[in-house]
Design a protein around this ligand. Sequence first.
Ligand SMILES: [Cu+2]
Length: 243
Amino acid sequence: MSRHVMIVGVLWVFFTALALAGAAAMNPFPTVGAEEAEFSDHAFRIMTFMGAPVFGFVIAALVYNIARFRSSGQPSEDGPPFKGGGMIPRAWLGVTTALAVVVMIYPGLTGLAEMRSDRSYDLEVNVTGYRWSWSAQYPDGEFTSNEIVLPKDQRVRFNVTAPAGDVLHSFWVPAFRLKIDAVPGQTNYLWITPTELGDGANDAAFRVQCAELCGLNHAGMRMNVRVVEPDEFEAWVAEKAGN
Ligand SMILES: [Cu+2]
């Protein structure tokens, strides 16, 4: 084995260890506000750890080549072209393809199946996305609201749509992680179980934010979300329904 390959190998191990340590130390996620957020964060963590050796290899090859084969500043000829088909490119293609298929199955398909398996719910909220605002309607109390209030630890089904003639929007609450498209003339469903109290006034993760570029005020298309204790929720519903 050539000296170059050995040095890049050692650097590969070093940069992989560095990337793994960095990935383990950092927490890039917003507030975990629902059961479903755990699935999503778990999937991101798995893929970050799996990406560490790939990142390590690219950085090792890059750093070594920049340091060792640096131009002397003298004019020089290009080297001979590479011809593919050797063992290393084939192994690289095989291993990376296999890894991509593995993550599609786990945590991709398995996670999706787990999240979609339970279609029961304690509460429904109809959500409509307009250019450029959101509206929530509570079918049980028959009232509309310009904020979403949810009782903690109860499973909610969001029935998400957009009016005919509008454009595509996407319903997304960062604390819950999952998204669903708001499609004109069609209703899509999203099941969430909030597990943490929260209020968009203090934590920006508790807000509906449109996640589908939909025109001029797309970024301003948001609505406050509050997760409260069940008795506080009942009081809020009674007050809204009474008006
Ligand atoms: Cu939108």
